[in-house]
Design a protein around this ligand. Structure first.
Ligand code: SF4
Ligand code: SF4
Ligand code: FES
Length: 336
């Protein structure tokens, strides 16, 4: 007898709590609750469409391709940004062990209505990054019949990020974007890296400066952008690489690049970071005020301050790791 491979189909009468808001009409966002019979396989988008078709035609959300391609349907479900068209509701209900989910618009962007946000401010930031190839004359083929080819190794430096669909989920999850509205954000810096890492491009200096001006060093490397990206494009990794590129490109005069150089220099020298002196290495003479404040605090609590690096067991192992990384880098190995 053949095995029955049809998965168990479940059905839960769930409460779908949706944030509603129309600027100019409502003073602040509020929530509406809709009862929906959620079946195995039903996506968040299908639930929203069912509500719109059968319960409240004024509910507003955005979606086009329904295939995880156009990036237009991103919303937050239980506070996590995701694509409504490719996310099933049943696993979320089961994960949270609740018969209720909350759907909200993405964060860090103005709400136009209900679940629809205005992504234009992010696109404006992206435009400042010159997100296109500026020809590298060394790589232009001699005749129009030839293509501008690159090796697999050259492609591998940025191939992973070409899948970005500009859905904005990473921007919604980004705490640096919440803290500073001027911060470019993960998708924008990811695109800046994508074009800067392309050997057919010869525009690095100006694009790099644009990235630095828009907060390249403000990223906290919390990696939330990596966790929520539906296309696994890993923006935080691109930001790390773009930072290195900017230093290699000669943009040394930022607190972030000075901090990175101080970390690398200390690890190479001592196997660890000399934290007591870090403010001076990062901010120059102005950093002494922070060192003195720390010294006074320690003295107040009966601890004698030191500006020396403490010696720890295992220090030589850290230096070995550092030397290995430098060796791999010199061979052009660039793993994530
Ligand atoms: S790693 Fe950086 S860009 Fe990514 S979410 Fe965190 S702060 Fe934002
Ligand atoms: S990097 Fe990922 S999460 Fe961010 S916009 Fe692109 S596809 Fe969406
Ligand atoms: S509708 Fe296009 S990605 Fe969801």
């Amino acid at each position: 007898m053949s095995e029955n491979i049809t998965p168990d189909r479940k059905s839960i009468l769930a409460n779908i709590r949706v944030q509603r808001f129309t600027p100019g009409q409502h003073k602040s966002p509020y929530y509406d609750n809709f009862k929906v019979n959620v079946e195995t396989g039903m996506t968040v988008l299908e639930a929203l469409r069912l509500i719109k078709n059968t319960q409240d035609s004024s509910l507003t959300f955005r979606a086009f391709c329904r295939s995880k391609i156009c990036g237009s349907c991103a919303v937050r479900v239980n506070n996590k940004p995701l694509l409504a068209c490719s996310t099933q509701l049943m696993p979320i209900l089961e994960d949270f062990k609740q018969e209720s989910v909350t759907i909200q618009p993405m964060r860090n962007m103005p709400v136009l209505r209900d679940l629809v946000v205005d992504i234009d401010p992010v696109i404006d930031k992206l435009a400042k990054m010159h997100p296109y190839l500026m020809e590298n004359r060394d790589r232009i083929p001699e005749s129009l019949e030839q293509e501008s080819l690159m090796s697999k190794q050259e492609l591998s430096k940025f191939d992973y990020i070409t899948d970005c669909i500009l859905c904005g989920s990473c921007y919604s999850a980004c705490s640096a974007a919440s803290a500073d509205p001027k911060y470019a954000g993960p998708l924008t810096l990811g695109k800046a890296y994508r074009f800067s890492a392309d050997v057919r491009d010869d525009f690095k200096g100006e694009r790099m400066q644009a990235a630095v001006d828009q907060g390249l060093w403000s990223c906290a490397q919390c990696r939330k952008c990596i966790n929520v990206c539906p296309k696994d494009t890993r923006p935080a990794i691109s930001i790390q690489r773009l930072r290195k590129m900017s230093i290699d490109d000669g943009i040394h005069d930022t607190p972030g690049s000075r901090r990175a150089k101080a970390y690398a220099g200390d690890v190479a020298k001592y196997g660890q970071v000399n934290k007591p002196m870090l403010p001076v290495l990062v901010n120059g003479p102005k950093g002494w005020a922070a060192v003195e404040a720390a010294d006074n605090y320690l003295k107040k609590h009966g601890i004698e301050p030191t500006h020396q690096v403490c010696t720890l067991d295992g220090q030589s192992s850290t230096q070995k790791i550092y030397d290995k990384v430098k060796e791999l880098e010199s061979k052009g190995v660039n793993k994530t």
